[in-house]
Design a binder for this molecule. Structure first.
Ligand code: NAD
Ligand code: UFG
Length: 369
């Protein structure tokens, strides 16, 4: 099905051509923030999203936040598993590059429903790559993940560490990375940047867009936020006996605004005449923070006391992971600038203004239909 809201057309109902980026999954958390920054940089952006884990309201808010540039934003409700619908989108306009965020990302759900995850994340991506190739669009930025480092043998993780992963979701990231490398070997015209995100958190400083997961959040920050606004009773801290400074797990949290600028840097690199092949970059801050440090920072930002329950380690979790940022700094000229306090401030700003996310309270806990 294709959805084409009036406010996202140029008035004539057709798309006019200038440098145009296709953003798959652009209604989601990272995609919406990146779309806003692309618009701010003067790109024309076509978002496609199945709205499986997002709502159209996020795209509307991005258009509003972009002001004048909001006219350069188009939205189609398309599922990447529907290749015919993708064909229609590609036949309407010529894309200069694609940023591919679309995918399902809940680790536990991927363990319970592996075929669903493989179909969505793998078949969806293969459809996209095939249609891109047919239409001569061979520039891609792909949302990979630090999950491809598995239980890292050393930290900070450099991009050349051996890759492995522990669950079906992680394998979809690793397999797509391998497909991308094979594609570039078979056809060196492809330029592909694999961005391995560490732990994206925070929200746009306006508090108008942010992360709004469907159902019970899997990740620390959205769960913490829902406790702070009273939607959940307490935060469970998974593991207190890790070999870290306070016994809780260490991660590299990165502000979603920094991630978005990382994508702009990657897109710019795709448009340089240099041969870039298929190459991976970490997007992280290079700094590790424990669960209890995040809780303390969030309490400072929100002025709320977060009730905690201590529990055993969560299966599959590593003790400590954070990025080496050298390659991205050197080759993308990009570096994260936001601190943990900035991340918690902006997360709380979003949470306090939108305690039920984009949705009505009755729908906010809904499962996927
Ligand atoms: P998100 O769920 O907010 O956004 C993903 C979007 O993709 C959603 O809007 C969803 O509706 C859409 N989508 C899913 N399947 C689709 C399909 N078949 N066709 C079209 N649209 C589809 O997630 P996010 O946090 O913004 O993550 C974006 C990407 O980054 C994902 O690929 C995710 O795996 C990856 N990533 C996220 C994290 C994280 O912790 N947020 C970490 C590493 C990597
Ligand atoms: N944690 C809790 N309680 C919770 C949720 C998380 O204590 O309710 C802890 C975890 O045990 C871990 C830390 O908070 O120590 C961060 O956990 P997240 O689930 O927020 O993030 P992960 O690093 O485990 O995984 C996330 C994504 C993966 C992705 C990875 C790297 O879920 O898909 O970041 O990008 F691969």
């Amino acid at each position: 099905m294709i959805h084409f809201p009036q406010e996202c057309t140029n008035g004539s109902g057709s798309l006019c051509h200038q440098q145009t980026i296709l953003v798959t999954g652009g209604a989601g958390f990272i995609g919406s923030h990146t779309t806003l920054q692309l618009l701010g940089e003067g790109y024309k952006v076509v978002v496609i999203d199945s709205l499986d884990n997002s709502v159209e309201e996020s795209v509307k808010r991005v258009a509003d936040l972009a002001g004048e540039n909001g006219h350069n934003l188009y939205f189609f409700r398309v599922d990447l598993r529907d290749k015919d619908a993708l064909e229609v989108v590609f036949s309407m306009t010529k894309f200069d590059a694609v940023i591919h965020f679309a995918g399902l990302k809940a680790v536990a759900e991927s363990v319970a429903k592996p075929l669903f995850y493989y179909r969505n994340n793998m078949i969806g991506t293969i459809n996209l790559l095939e249609v891109m190739a047919e239409h001569g669009c061979k520039k891609l930025v792909f949302s990979s993940s630090a999950t491809v480092y598995g239980q890292p043998s050393s930290v900070p993780c450099t991009e050349d560490l051996p890759l492995s992963t522990t669950n079906p979701y992680g394998r979809t990231k690793l397999f797509v990375e391998e497909i991308a490398r094979d594609l570039h070997i078979a056809d060196p015209e492809w330029k592909i940047i694999l961005l391995r995100y560490f732990n994206p958190v925070g929200a746009h400083p306006s508090g108008l867009i942010g992360e709004d997961p469907r159902g019970v959040p899997n990740n620390l920050m959205p769960f913490l936020q829902q406790v702070a606004v009273g939607r959940r009773k307490e935060l469970t801290v998974f593991g207190t006996d890790y070999p870290t400074k306070d016994g809780t797990g260490v991660r590299d949290y990165i502000h979603v605004m920094d991630l978005a600028t990382g994508h702009i840097a990657a897109v710019r690199k795709l448009f340089t005449p240099k041969e870039i092949g298929c190459t991976a970059y970490n997007l992280g801050t290079g700094k590790g923070t424990t669960v209890l440090e995040i809780v303390a920072a969030f309490e400072r930002a929100s002025g709320k006391k977060i009730p905690l329950r201590y529990a055993d380690r969560r299966p599959g979790d590593c003790s400590e992971i954070y990025a080496s940022t050298e390659k991205a700094e050197r080759e993308l000229q990009w570096k994260a600038v936001y601190t943990i306090d900035d991340m918690c401030r902006d997360q709380w700003n979003w949470a306090s203004k939108n305690p039920w996310g984009y949705r009505h309270p009755d729908l906010a806990n809904g499962n996927r239909t």
